[in-house]
Design a protein. Structure first.
Lengths: 368, 301, 242
């Protein structure tokens, strides 16, 4: 036990004396969550639009004032001709043009139908889609008010409601993803690097030629990272709750347990990587290419798995992060308990045991 | 018998790192493994410290078999790999304490053994190992290898990259450790360090050239050696190589070491030849063979 | 016979913060001389050499290398010198020929000249069989010999060698020194930095640096006589102790 404590103490010295690893450990989680929370977002805010109003009557004016008073849009300019639409898009100043046909009010009252066209710049399809949805909802809002006032028509106004993330806040979606990435990075990459560093330094030779058995060496190397990863996971959850007001609808305790399970999975992967790489550089490359990319691309973090081609959907099943993200989303956003996510938990547990088994088998008591 | 190496061979792919090596090292002996880089010294050390398995042959250290009893050996030996394997970001004291801890001991318990060495670096005990000079790193690495009071000490090129003053001190320390009954196997590429060992093995390309005391090895040199000098070294080498009776011509510092094929070689004859070839300030003098002369003579065969 | 001075150093100094790495050193090296530049690790010899090869600007003092000033004509210096170090000499993952072509190329040799030189070099070193082998697969001693030849490709006036023969087997080492003697005999000046004292014995003259100062400068023979020693190693020990 004394040996173990001595070993762990040494590991902490390494971690706290290396600025680079300290930054990865504590800077990255904060930086990433802030980045995803504030900068990379699907929400729209103060989008510049242009208006082409052929009628200039009471109705259009009211709609325009409704739009400009919303926090989502600001009207940058008014244009006169249809031909100008393309031009303003090319200049890139506006993201959408609202085109009211002639005699809008008249048609609306007499024929109960008038046309307004929403032209959006679809070079960024997500944003275009969101903009058109927002404008649509403002329009239907207006229509509803009018109908109520006139009580002329019985009209079905389609209304969709987003559940679990009613405000479509993208940060809600990113928190589970960021948490997964961070835990993977810290656990797998940092452990694999710290083990290969000993190989590079030649100190692994001395450790092997000591009464420590290899299992003790591994546990000693891994233990500090379990500890640090838990702190990280907690930091991410606390940041999400207090800065971004992401709700944790389910049990925090369960979330904690599942995180520990995922941390162990990642550590086992880290050990596995260290057994096959001889230098820190290789370990870092394998961790980045072999772990980070699948976590970002194939886990459902950024791209929905259901819209991937079938082969990729199949491959995504072997990415541990996929299962962890499902679990975290379930607990945080849906508030479900273990009775719902037991399957995913079991898959993760199975993977963990497999990785541990593999790395124990691969770990050498000698140099080759 | 402290180290017993019996017909050990080891190859990496096509390269024969060790080819049928047999060495016996007695209890308390300071034994040197002398050879250039790539001779197989490190491979042999790794086999003896149970880090590698030999392809053929067997060996025992402190009475334990290197394969069957590898765990027992790991408790008994101290090992200092080449390039001082220390934790650069840990201080001198932290390094030493760490190695003491993993061997289940404390600095205080075996301080006697390392005192002579450690006092020299103790003033710097709060300095990070990465910031030490080569000589200090070497002393710290040795302290770390000794902290668990090993019976056998393996030192792989402990003096490489260290300045002459530290090298000299290091060998003095080894002599004192030997007096305490520790068996020491040390490797070095420096031929001049060979004379400081009790016995040496000359090794090149994975083969043992000779094993004996340094004195005997030098005395066994088969031919008289002459120091030859002249005003132009390059020309001298060229002319000596062109001389019909030469056996070997090797630059040796300021002189050329020359041996002749014939038993009744007359230096005057050589002098006349060189003079005739246009060399000036000719100097020819009988000299003693060194370990390096022997090494080259054996390696040539 | 050897009159021309190719390295002229007067009061050369390099200061890092409040640490003086090189303290007003002065020496001359003659054409075709094998000059040993010795000192323990950290004595300042690497810093001094970096100034001479034009990759580090001196704090004060003057130095002239191959006729060029180390302050203003560093590009000219780099063209007139060759450099070889034990740590990096050749690319292990290129073949012998590819290495020669590469280094010939960076020194601006014409294609014809490179192929002519490379054939000559391969023939001289007896490398016909391994010309197309990766350098990494060759024994250390061979690599060192090839590296030295490569550093001579562009017919430099001065070749700087950094611990060229440490760890090399004794016979190859002799062959290496024979190559050095030959180059020197052809008028190339050889500047060897090393902390291996036995390498020093081969030099025409050696300087010994201790803590940024040149403490001794003479032929190995005179130094040994002066210090009453039988080897340069002993000379060094005596100097370091005083």
């Amino acid at each position: 036990m004394k040996r173990f404590i001595g070993f762990v103490q040494k590991e902490f010295y390494h971690i706290f004396r290396d600025r680079r690893s300290l930054f990865i450990l504590f800077g990255m989680p904060v930086a990433q969550i802030m980045l995803f929370g504030f900068a990379i977002t699907n929400e729209i805010n103060n989008v510049d639009i242009a208006i082409l109003d052929r009628s200039q009557d009471a109705s259009t004016k009211e709609i325009i004032s409704k739009i400009s008073s919303s926090e989502y849009f600001s009207i940058l300019q008014h244009i006169k001709e249809e031909a100008e639409i393309e031009e303003v898009f090319k200049k890139g100043k506006v993201k959408a043009v609202l085109y009211f046909e002639k005699e809008f009010s008249k048609k609306l009252i007499k024929q109960h139908t008038a046309k307004v066209q929403i032209v959006t710049d679809a070079t960024d399809p997500n944003v275009a889609n969101t903009i058109s949805n927002y404008i649509n909802s403002i329009l239907s809002n207006y229509q509803e008010e009018q109908n109520r006032a006139i009580t002329l028509d019985y009209q079905i106004v389609p209304q969709s409601r987003m559940v679990f993330n009613a405000e479509l806040k993208s940060v809600y979606m990113f928190v589970p993803g960021v948490m997964t990435v961070i835990l993977m990075l810290v656990s797998a990459m940092m452990t694999s690097i710290s083990i290969t560093r000993e190989k590079e330094l030649g100190t692994m030779e001395i450790l092997l030629v000591s009464p420590l058995n290899p299992f003790q060496v591994i546990i000693g190397k891994v233990f500090p990272y379990i500890f640090l990863s838990i702190i990280n996971a907690a930091a991410i959850v606390i940041l999400s709750i207090f800065v971004f007001h992401v709700p944790v609808n389910g049990s925090l305790f369960l979330l904690g347990l599942e995180s520990v399970l995922f941390i162990v999975t990642s550590l086992a992967l880290g050990i596995l990587i260290s057994t096959i790489s001889a230098t820190q550089q290789t370990a870092m490359m394998i961790s980045l290419m072999g772990l980070m990319l699948p976590v970002i691309l194939l886990s459902g973090f950024i791209f929905p798995i259901s819209s991937m081609p079938v082969p990729l959907q199949v491959i995504s099943n072997i990415v541990p992060a996929k299962w962890f993200i499902i679990i975290v989303k379930g607990i945080m956003l849906k508030g479900v308990g273990i009775s719902i996510v037991w399957k995913e938990t079991l898959v993760l547990l199975g993977m963990t045991l497999l990785f541990i088994g593999l790395s124990v088998r691969k770990y050498k008591i000698r140099l080759e | 018998m402290s180290i017993h190496i019996d017909h050990i061979s080891k190859s990496y792919g096509k390269v024969n790192a060790l080819d049928d090596i047999s060495i016996r090292v007695d209890q308390g002996e300071l034994f040197g493994l002398i050879g250039p880089d790539g001779a197989g010294k490190t491979t042999l050390f790794r086999i003896l410290t149970t880090l590698l398995l030999p392809d053929h042959g067997s060996a025992s250290v402190a009475g334990y078999d290197i394969i069957a009893d590898f765990k027992a050996i790991r408790k008994q030996v101290g090992y200092m790999p080449g390039r001082f394997s220390l934790y650069q970001d840990l201080t001198v004291e932290e390094n030493l304490r760490f190695f003491a801890t993993i061997f289940g001991t404390t600095i205080a318990e075996n301080y006697d053994l390392i005192r002579d060495i450690y006092v020299q670096i103790e003033p710097f005990k709060n300095r990070r190992a990465g910031k030490l000079s080569g000589g200090m790193k070497q002393k710290l690495a040795l302290s770390c290898a000794l902290i668990h009071k090993p019976k056998v000490l393996f030192l792989d090129e402990p003096t490489t990259g260290v300045d002459p003053v530290s090298r000299k001190e290091f060998w003095e320390m080894l002599k004192r450790l030997q007096d305490k009954g520790i068996t020491i196997l040390v490797s070095t590429p420096y031929m001049d360090e060979a004379a400081l060992c009790d016995r040496i093995a000359l090794i090149q390309d994975g083969r043992i050239l000779e094993i004996d005391t340094p004195k005997a090895i030098v005395e066994h040199y088969p031919k008289p050696i002459f120091d030859v000098g002249a005003h132009n070294t390059y020309l001298l080498i060229e002319k000596l190589n062109a001389y019909a009776h030469k056996h070997s011509v090797f630059p040796f510092g300021e002189y050329i070491h020359y041996t002749d094929q014939r038993d009744g070689f007359d230096p005057l004859e050589l002098r006349a030849y060189l003079k005739n070839e246009g060399l000036q300030n000719i100097h020819i003098e009988r000299t003693k063979a060194t370990i390096e002369d022997t090494f080259m003579e054996l390696a040539k065969q | 016979m050897k009159e021309e001075t190719v390295i002229k150093v007067e009061g050369l100094t390099k200061v890092f913060g409040d640490f003086t790495a090189v303290n007003k050193i002065s020496f001359h090296v003659r054409k075709g001389e094998i000059f040993g530049f010795l000192g323990a690790n950290g004595a300042g010899k690497t810093t001094a050499m970096k100034m001479l090869i034009g990759i580090s600007a001196p704090s004060s003092g003057s130095a002239n290398v191959a006729g060029f000033d180390v302050y203003t004509q560093t590009e000219d210096i780099k063209k007139s010198i060759g450099y070889m170090s034990q740590k990096f000499a050749l690319y292990d993952d290129l073949t012998v020929k590819e290495n020669i072509r590469f280094f010939g190329g960076i020194y601006g040799l014409s294609k014809n000249r490179i192929s002519q030189k490379s054939n000559l070099l391969i023939e001289e070193l007896g490398l016909e069989k391994v010309a197309h082998s990766l350098v990494g697969s060759l024994p250390l001693g061979w690599k060192q010999k090839i590296a030295f030849s490569v550093s001579l490709l562009h017919d430099p006036k001065i070749v700087f060698l950094d611990e060229p023969t440490g760890g090399v087997d004794p016979i190859t080492r002799r062959q290496f020194w024979e190559m050095i003697y030959k180059a020197a005999n052809n008028g190339t000046t050889i500047f060897v930095t090393t902390h291996y004292m036995d390498e020093a014995e081969y030099c025409d003259r050696v300087s010994i640096m201790v803590d940024g100062n040149i403490e001794a400068l003479d032929t190995p023979k005179n130094l040994k006589t002066h210090f009453g020693s039988d080897s340069m190693n002993d000379v060094f020990l005596k100097l370091a102790r005083s």
